[in-house]
Design a protein around this ligand. Sequence first.
Ligand SMILES: C[S@@+](CC[C@H](N)C(=O)[O-])C[C@H]1O[C@@H](n2cnc3c(N)ncnc32)[C@H](O)[C@@H]1O
Ligand SMILES: CC(C)=CCC/C(C)=C/COP(=O)(O)OP(=O)(O)O
Ligand SMILES: [Mg+2]
Length: 292
Amino acid sequence: MTSTDFTAAPSMFIPAPVTPYQGDIARYWDREARPVNLRLGDVDGLYHHHYGIGDVDHAALGDVEAGDYEKRLIAELHRLESAQAELLLDHLGPIERDDTLVDAGCGRGGSMVMAHQRFGCTVEGVTLSAKQADFANGRARELGIEDHVRARVCNMLRTPFETGQAAASWNNESSMYVDLHDLFAEHSRVLAVGGRYVTITGCWNPRYGQPSKWVSQINAHFECNIHSRREYLRAMADNRLVPQAVIDLTPATLPYWELRATSSLVTGIEEAFINSYKDGSFQYLLIAADRV
Ligand SMILES: C[S@@+](CC[C@H](N)C(=O)[O-])C[C@H]1O[C@@H](n2cnc3c(N)ncnc32)[C@H](O)[C@@H]1O
Ligand SMILES: CC(C)=CCC/C(C)=C/COP(=O)(O)OP(=O)(O)O
Ligand SMILES: [Mg+2]
């Protein structure tokens, strides 16, 4: 497969971003075309904007001197990123074919496609970026699943979904762009009572004291605002979301970063992730919560 340009396909509707900051974020993702994302997505057509988890398969990687090593390295990084999305889906609970799931901050839609392929259900995604929404909808059309997988240009804090419509919803590395109280209020509204919310996110560790210089560097790199672990738990408690699992994925994501740091696709942010995970100032966390 090759990277596909879906700019010809119009997104469903394009409302103006609500704040100047959201306008910046929309532009950021409209312009994003990093090889570390597109070349990994080209491996099997699942395009992710999140990081990987799990041990590196050194047998699959093979000899560094081999001619096809770079290709194998890209496939391995992509496998680890898809494993991350599989873990998120594992925590959604039992999902039926006639259920609707909401992907808040859906990027190019890789997780949405995986969710539909696993559960056969409808998946509604929102992103601020028209380019991303068009890309995700183009992929859904290519796969013939456009009647079940749809991305819209929309603010995740004010979605068009009906109250109680979703059996489950998630944020996969997209909650660092919004106020958590506003975010969880919207998930809580959209989720059915008994529904499941899952996030995988990077958060700063209150035990470190304040965001470290590495965390500040990650914020500047992505124009985001990483929250603390405490802030997640408080904002959930304030919005009828009761955590059922809190999993520290930091040890599981380090092999991905250490492998990525050796590749030709480095972006310059690898050192900040590795150092902040190692000095304990930053954690990669999965939180699964029930809407009560
Ligand atoms: C790092 S990407 C993650 C994409 C996707 N969840 C994945 O795992 O591939 C962050 C995403 O959050 C979206 N985003 C940030 N702020 C948003 C907002 N207020 N409303 C909707 N989407 C937002 C961006 O447009 C982008 O698609
Ligand atoms: C865990 C944290 C703090 C994530 C910040 C949000 C973010 C930009 C995720 C990865 O996107 P990407 O896949 O586009 O980034 P990259 O180009 O670095 O792979
Ligand atoms: Mg990436």
